[in-house]
Design a binder for this molecule. Structure first.
Ligand code: BES
Ligand code: MN
Ligand code: MN
Length: 468
């Protein structure tokens, strides 16, 4: 009785039913999302461990009440994974929806205009940590599912896998996926955790970068020293670390680690030409960030630098005295957190090893260097000639009234490459955020337009995918 209507008249009828259902329930959808946003589910900070669990329970509960026939909060060695499904007919395709209910830490708190876990709706946008990344986008899927169920319009099977450790590297998801292959059987993975170019320029992310994240520590003397008594005669770990880090890029902003670029797949001239056609407003980009110029690898455009080229960045650096006033001290230690974004066919483990060897090799006498790998992930590219891409394209074209542009994104969702490896499944990244939504930053927000547009578009993806 749930089978899709392939006849155009009824499917239009279904679409209108769904639109009416969304319209009639939009205030409640929003109110529920705000409740979810009130839970400070920061996976990086163990202080919030009860809240992270609460978010999992909230998600499980909502998937259940939307109409799932099975929901389970699956324990892992870390935070649980919420699994849910609605199987209407085993012979129909199955869409596996992945997302995350954990969020990034909210600091620096003083830069928020309103508290990060007390969501407010202002100028058509929801302000809260996680509003866009990824609670707002996960919630669109739950409400789209509810809408399809309530209007008898679910055209295929659906499974949900919503995790709580994405922002800390998805350490336990790999184990879960390997141990639950049967349960995760599907035909395609659908994720909303990326962005579109603009509300009037829909786009679909067809690439994610990989990641190698590590922490380095430079140690000099066995204790902090008086900077007058010892300064100039003993290595200062902060000076040394700064110089080592500075040497990792040359004057053209190329990364200097030997063989770092060996596995990088260069785009063909035709691909670069196509990319140059992607709508991009450099002036608006600079204005949004309040910078007077962009800066990056010579020979590449801003869009290329932020998507198809690998990078190396310091994410944090510390050591010595940073309290009020001045303390004259040569620190014993200095540290930094470094991320490298990777592109096809670079491999995270290999790059981590290259970095480690190189960083040890450039350490001067008088200090010791340790490198500690954190998490990593592999890059991913979605083929645009696939039926899943085409279904997403049709769905967005219908809801936005404009054909979406394929774009290569710069962020990472490490699990996507693993899904392909372990489950043999392709992923469609049908995200609805904007780069200006300030994800991971103070005042993160998500447009109401984007939230509702997502809820409207997702059922269309299901419909076109099931029909294809
Ligand atoms: N949703 C983002 C990834 C993203 C953002 C992809 C924008 C494309 C466009 C995700 O939650 C994220 O932040 N991932 C981390 C990876 C991780 C291992 C911590 C990232 O990219 O830093
Ligand atoms: Mn995310
Ligand atoms: Mn994120």
């Amino acid at each position: 009785m749930w089978a899709s209507n392939t006849n155009n008249g009824s499917s239009l009828h279904n679409h209108n039913n769904m639109k009416n259902y969304i319209e009639a329930n939009k205030e409640r959808f929003l109110a529920e999302l705000l409740d979810l946003l009130r839970i400070p589910s920061i996976s990086a900070d163990s202080k919030y461990k009860d809240d992270v669990r609460k978010a999992a329970e909230f998600i499980a509960d909502k998937i259940q009440s939307a109409g799932a026939d099975f929901v389970e909060i699956c324990e892992t060695a870390g935070y649980p994974i919420v699994f849910g499904q609605k199987i209407i007919d085993k012979s129909l395709p199955t869409v596996l929806v992945y997302g995350h209910y954990d969020v990034q830490p909210a600091d620096p708190l003083n830069l928020w205009d309103s508290p990060p876990f007390e969501p407010v709706v202002k100028d058509g946008k929801i302000y809260a940590r996680g509003a866009c990344d990824d609670k707002g986008q996960v919630y669109m899927h739950i409400k789209a599912f509810e809408t399809m169920m309530a209007t008898n319009a679910l055209p295929c099977n659906v499974k949900f896998m919503i995790e709580g450790e994405e922002e800390v590297g998805s350490d336990n998801l790999g184990t879960f996926v390997k141990a639950n292959k049967e349960r995760l059987t599907a035909d395609v993975i659908l994720i909303s955790d990326t962005a579109i170019i603009a509300n009037d320029i829909p786009s679909i992310d067809v690439g994610l970068r990989g990641l190698s994240y590590l922490e380095v520590e430079v140690t000099g003397s066995n204790r902090d020293l008086h900077s007058g008594v010892y300064g100039g005669a003993v290595a200062n770990p902060i000076n040394v670390l700064s110089k080592m880090i500075a040497s990792l890029h040359d004057e053209n902003n190329h990364i200097t680690i030997p063989t770092f670029y060996d596995d990088v797949v260069e785009l063909t001239p035709a691909q670069r030409e196509a990319m140059a056609q992607t709508p991009f407003d450099l002036e608006a980009y600079k204005k949004d960030l309040a910078i007077d110029d962009v800066r990056g690898e010579a020979g590449y455009s801003t869009l290329e630098r932020a998507s198809i080229r690998p990078t190396l960045d310091v994410n944090g650096i510390w050591g010595g005295y940073i309290g009020e006033g001045a303390k004259t001290v040569l620190p014993s230690k200095a540290s930094a957190k470094i991320s490298m974004r990777l592109v096809p066919n670079q491999q995270s483990d290999k790059i981590t090893e290259l970095f480690t060897k190189h960083f040890q090799a450039i350490a001067p006498a008088g200090v010791t260097v340790t490198v500690r790998p954190h998490h990593g992930g592999e890059p991913y590219v979605t083929p645009t000639d696939s039926k899943e891409y085409k279904a997403a394209e049709k769905a967005m074209e219908e809801s936005f009234g404009k054909k979406p542009v394929p774009t290569r994104g710069g962020g990472s969702i490490p699990i996507v490459a693993l899904f392909e490896k372990e489950l043999g499944l392709k992923t469609v990244l049908m995200g609805f955020g904007l780069d200006s939504d300030a994800i991971h930053s103070p005042n993160e927000h998500y447009g109401l337009f984007n939230f509702y547009k997502g809820i409207e578009t997702i059922p269309l993806f299901f419909k076109y995918y099931a029909e294809s």
